[in-house]
Design a protein around this ligand. Structure first.
Ligand code: 9MJ
Length: 671
């Protein structure tokens, strides 16, 4: 074989491999090789083609993006018209559709339907001749569309060359080009970052992307396609059902929706509709209904067409998810965790199958970005069971005196200060212990095992106690008596007594547990422990300013600010006072700070297993002498304490030339 022939064979082999792996990835969603390996094969092909340009063919995977923008789109004529679908909106209309079919077919038997999601994109036609993609067009008016071959070729899930056997000489495939939700979000995020105009929805984004004259732009857009019908077919096997035809398309390498099913009668359609309605929100692409098609091709032919739609298919649309209404006011709600959420109170509107009178605005960034104001007309969206949201303001609907929305200074529920960290979208109420909106969560946290460890006081019981009016705040827990709670559902005398006993027992706690139990933002168990060890008394922590708090290991400016703000809220102090008055106490902590600060300014890492003491004890002992103990070795580390079976940290210390101590040397140092 000549060299050139060998190269040509190698190139063909690489293309076949790439086409196979694209199919596994895009159509079967079952990649066999990692992306890097695909990229390697791709680059190999690119390099061979660069050396032998005369061996480049139009169907090569490297040739998806053409190099010249078009002056305009030429026309494509659809020999067989591209049809649209009639709609039904409810069970009754679907039932009427089924009856019409049965009457026309003069048969009462239940009809078998192919059911598939109705994709919300753009209908296109792909023409394959001898297995090669030769033309792609939009639906246009059904008989003439635009030639978008250049742009369609950039969509990786669409094969430039069909795979497999028995491919018809001419195969016209039809389907929907769409933009998956994730790609749409990403595209809009990029637009936001660049202060550019965003797309209103994935459908518009897909349409805008296909209408580009420059295929390089289209190539950057995350488009996909699912096929659902055929137009002209010359040659190939006769098929008897729609579902069989779709299976063939898939075998030939074309992308198909995986959610399709064959169902029986109206009930089968409705079951599928219900199932897909529930799945809709979690699908990675937008659908706006379900399409039912008579599965038998013989029956399809018998039923024929009316005007522009087939008699044998119908779209069962989901209720509209977007509607227009007016914002009556904008208020702020406080969530269970203190998050402050702006909410638009609306003129009630029927959307997504229910009447909606409130819609979330998520956070102040969203309010500012969308610039929603009282009195504005807005588009409301309710997708599935998702909380309704304001999508955007209708341009020109603003009243001239409408003021910009401001975040309030204090919590609308408890009056505590509202805090919002720099760079954080969410503002929060800082009255965690006191705020009525947060009380259930704060009580659950307070009672939890790693906090006050109140045995038997689980989440359900907290809900019961609050809802039953037995307690408002954590301090009320210690005023409970068996008599007050015995009548609660599922309680009984014994359980009531047990709970009171557990409450009594929980009064003897430790300072770190108590600090943790207060539920200060970002103060977890570990931080609570270091705070307790560092300051040794609650009063000292209460009195600490941000600067002194930041001297504590792992406490940075944000956590320090949370702590200071928490203890500044009079309501929080009130609750703490009441808790202490009810008899909560802890053992005094050895005044660690009185130990000579012999290791001040030194940073330690402990690795491996120690035998004479636990790592935790070693850490505490080092900290008590002013040392900082961290988890990873860096240039800033002064000593690495190396126990048995030490691993990578010891190696890193060696590389960096950091002094290493064995356990004996550590004990010596602590003396
Ligand atoms: C969509 N939009 O998902 C059809 N469609 O069939 C499905 N559209 C259709 N089928 C014949 N799944 C004409 C249109």
């Amino acid at each position: 074989m000549s060299d050139k022939n060998k190269i040509s064979e190698d190139i063909t082999h690489l293309r076949d491999q790439l086409n196979h792996h694209s199919y596994q990835y895009y159509v079967l969603d079952d990649p066999e090789i990692p992306d890097v390996q695909y990229d390697r094969l791709y680059r190999e092909l690119q390099s061979l083609e660069a050396q032998y340009p005369d061996l480049i063919t139009n169907d090569s995977p490297t040739q998806r993006v053409g190099d010249k923008p078009l002056d305009g789109f030429s026309q494509v004529k659809h020999e067989i018209p591209m049809l649209s679908l009639d709609n039904v909106f409810n069970e009754e209309e679907l039932s009427d559709f089924n009856k019409r079919l049965q009457q026309r077919l003069d048969n009462d038997d239940e009809i078998i339907f192919a059911a598939e999601p109705k994709l919300d994109g753009l209908a296109v036609s792909l023409l394959y001749e001898k297995g090669l993609l030769v033309r792609a067009g939009t639906r246009g008016d059904g008989s003439t569309g635009e030639n978008i071959t250049q742009n369609i070729r950039t969509i990786h899930s669409i094969p430039l060359k069909l795979l497999g056997k028995n491919i018809p000489d001419v195969l016209e495939v039809r389907g929907e080009v769409f933009m998956p939700k994730a790609g749409f979000e990403k595209l809009n995020q990029i637009a936001r970052d660049n202060d550019e105009k965003q797309f209103v929805n994935p459908r518009n984004a897909a349409a805008g992307s296909l209408r580009q004259l420059d295929p390089k732009i289209t190539a950057k857009r995350p488009l996909a396609m699912y096929c659902y019908a055929v137009g002209r077919v010359d040659g190939g096997a006769e098929l008897s059902t729609h579902s069989e035809m779709l299976d063939h398309l898939k075998q030939w390498g074309l992308p198909l929706c995986n959610e399709r099913e064959v169902v029986k009668g109206v009930q089968g359609c409705l079951n599928y509709f219900k199932k897909m309605s529930a799945l809709r929100g979690s699908l990675p692409y937008e659908i706006d209904g379900i399409v039912y098609k008579v599965n038998s091709i013989k029956l399809q032919k018998e039923l024929g067409f009316v005007a522009k739609a087939p008699r044998w298919a119908i779209a069962h649309k989901f209720p509209a998810q977007e509607e227009i209404t007016r914002v009556n006011s904008i208020e702020f709600q406080v969530g269970r965790t203190g998050a402050i959420t702006p909410v638009a109170r609306l003129e009630p509107v029927f959307v997504g199958g229910v009447t909606v009178s409130n819609a979330t605005l998520h956070n102040m960034d969203e309010v500012n970005r969308k610039d929603v104001r009282q009195g504005d007309q807005v588009i409301i969206r309710r997708a599935g069971d998702v909380i309704p949201e304001v999508v955007r303001v209708v341009p020109g609907s603003r009243k001239h005196h409408a003021k910009k929305v401001q975040l309030p200074d204090s919590c609308p529920v408890c009056g505590s200060e509202i805090e919002q960290e720099e760079g954080e979208a969410i503002a929060r109420c800082s009255g965690g212990l006191f705020c009525a909106a947060q009380r259930k969560e704060s009580i659950k946290h307070f009672a939890s095992r790693k906090a006050m460890d109140i045995d038997g006081l689980g989440d359900k019981l907290v809900e019961q106690l609050v809802d039953g009016g037995c307690i408002d705040h954590v301090n009320d827990l210690y005023d409970l008596t068996a008599e007050k709670i015995v009548d609660l559902e599922r309680m009984g005398k014994k359980s009531a007594e047990n709970l009171i006993e557990a409450l009594q027992k929980s009064k003897h706690t430790s300072l770190n547990r108590f600090i943790y139990a207060l539920g200060i933002r970002e103060v977890g168990e570990a931080t609570a422990l270091t705070l307790a060890n560092h300051f040794t008394t609650l009063d000292a922590i209460k009195a600490a300013d941000e600067e002194s708090l930041q001297k504590v290991e792992d406490v940075g400016p944000i956590v320090a600010a949370h702590i200071v703000r928490f203890f500044k809220q009079p309501h929080n102090l009130e609750v703490i006072e009441k808790l202490l008055n009810s008899g909560i106490y802890w053992d005094e902590i050895e005044a660690v700070a009185t130990k000579e600060q012999t290791l001040e300014g030194k940073t330690f890492v402990i690795t491996g297993t120690l035998t004479e003491m636990t790592r935790d004890d070693a850490k505490k002992a080092l900290q008590a002498r002013g040392a900082k103990v961290t988890g990873s070795v860096s240039k800033k580390t002064n000593y690495v304490v190396v126990g048995d079976n030490a691993g990578s940290k010891a190696m890193k210390a060696e590389q960096l030339g950091i002094e290493m101590l064995d356990e004996k040397a550590l004990i010596e140092l602590l003396k």
